[in-house]
Design a protein around this ligand. Structure first.
Ligand SMILES: Cc1cc2nc3c(=O)[nH]c(=O)nc-3n(C[C@H](O)[C@H](O)[C@H](O)COP(=O)(O)O)c2cc1C
Length: 403
């Protein structure tokens, strides 16, 4: 049997195979961040499909860190534990393993969502979200680190098999890491030796371990590049891997980028320009004239800088990561066929593969792979599912549908 379908451990957790469903925003929670029945049903159905581990969409640890997406889940209060527990019970009774992804958006949100001024690592604005962040004081940052730990304890009580700390895609933890955003002069600033900001991440990890025990699986998702003018270098990426190695987290998932250049995170074969102009808050303004201008005058300038889809597009970074740690590496981004997944694992370029869009398109993708060696995902990477996260719709596949 190919290694892809052999069981493997992440900390004390045994996964039935090496395939992970990567974090995917659901858009299935109510206005207060409580999961709805639709959320429970979706995860119950996914659990029936022989996926090694399922990672939830990003969930906020504090209302001040909510996303602009209107139907995001929260794990910010004990009152939410029972509903998540109902979900994890159902996942377990259907043979699944489920890990919650926890996050604080930092500057990547809008005050309409958080109900207060957006807080960031620094006052540097995000191009996409356009909010002027207020710089967190050191005291506030440390209290948020405690809120991360409180959230993890809730996850543990709610029956999750582990948590994944979202330290990628430009959210708060990532903002602390990146020299292009973190210009602080206090202890939370850039570590001189490493060239990246690790202090906040270290406090968060230490608090989680102290409060929830070292046996509760803690995974971390990171980005390998940032696409800002002053790019995150390979040396800085290696420093981050070495740091996480030292902290002995249970697994590291390798992704890419920030939400300022979201199409570098989930790359497409084409760009769903009309859908973007219709639904994305930043680009739908200005009525028909605004859309016309963006489509015919602005977009041609932006287009050459967009990173387009290539299969397994983050694998080169996973390979580098594996040279610097024995911690299991999970690689996400552009896995669409069994051959790609098998090759990456057999060649020891990653320990696990992780997929998002193929599972939105076909929740039973793994079962189909088991039945047919040659099966390839039907996902066309149209990215409409990603653009529609900004709408009030539940996340779904738009293949062959008009949005
Ligand atoms: C609709 C949608 C929602 C996503 N939500 C999240 C999320 O909540 N947290 C996260 O870390 N990544 C999120 N991602 C990124 C994916 O986890 C993944 O890194 C990316 O899509 C590349 O993997 P793929 O090529 O298998 O789709 C999302 C992507 C899409 C398309």
């Amino acid at each position: 049997m190919s290694k892809l379908f052999q069981s493997e451990k992440v900390g004390n957790l045994t996964l039935i195979n090496r395939i992970v469903r990567s974090a995917t925003y659901e858009g299935m929670c109510d206005a207060h961040g409580f999961p709805t029945d639709e959320y429970l049903e979706m995860y119950t159905a996914l659990a029936r499909n022989e996926i090694g581990a399922i990672i939830t969409g990003f969930v906020y640890i504090s209302p001040c860190g909510r996303a602009m997406h209107p139907r995001q889940g929260g794990i910010d209060e004990d009152a939410k534990i029972p509903v998540y527990k109902r979900m994890t019970d159902r996942v377990h009774s259907n043979g699944g393993k489920i890990i919650m992804q926890i996050a604080h958006c930092g500057r990547q949100t809008i005050s309409k969502a958080t109900g207060e001024q957006v807080k960031g690592v620094s006052t540097r604005r995000s191009f996409y979200f356009d909010s002027t962040p207020r710089q967190l004081t050191a005291e506030e940052a440390l209290s948020l680190a405690q809120r991360f730990a409180d959230a993890v304890l809730r996850c543990k009580r709610a029956g999750f098999d582990g948590v994944q700390l979202h330290a990628a895609h430009g959210y708060l933890v990532h903002q602390f890491i990146l020299p292009s955003i973190n210009n602080r002069k206090d202890i939370l600033g850039i570590d001189k030796e490493r060239g990246i900001g690790t202090y906040f991440l270290e406090v968060v990890i230490d608090k989680i371990r102290e409060q929830c025990g070292i046996e509760f699986p803690l995974l971390v998702k990171i980005s390998s590049g940032d696409d800002y003018g002053n790019n995150f270098t390979q040396e800085q990426f290696v420093q981050l891997i070495r740091f996480l190695d030292k902290k002995k987290v249970e697994a590291i998932e390798i992704s890419y980028g920030t939400m300022d250049h979201a199409l570098s995170i989930f790359r497409g074969r084409t760009v769903p320009l009309d859908i973007i102009l219709k639904y994305t808050p930043k680009y739908k303004t200005g009525g028909a004239i605004g859309r016309f201008f963006r489509k015919w005058f602005l977009y041609p300038f932006v287009k050459p800088s967009l990173k387009m889809f290539t299969p397994t597009y983050n694998l080169s970074f996973a390979k580098i990561a594996k040279q610097h740690t024995k911690i299991p590496i999970i690689c996400v981004g552009g896995f669409r066929t069994k051959q790609e997944m098998t090759d990456a694992i057999e060649r020891n370029e990653t320990d696990f593969v992780s997929l998002c869009r193929p599972f939105i398109c076909e929740p039973d993708f793994v079962s189909k792979l088991t039945a047919n060696q040659e099966y390839a995902s039907k996902c066309t990477d149209c990215n409409i599912c990603a653009v529609m996260c900004d709408s009030a719709n539940s996340t779904r596949c738009y293949l062959g549908m008009i949005a």
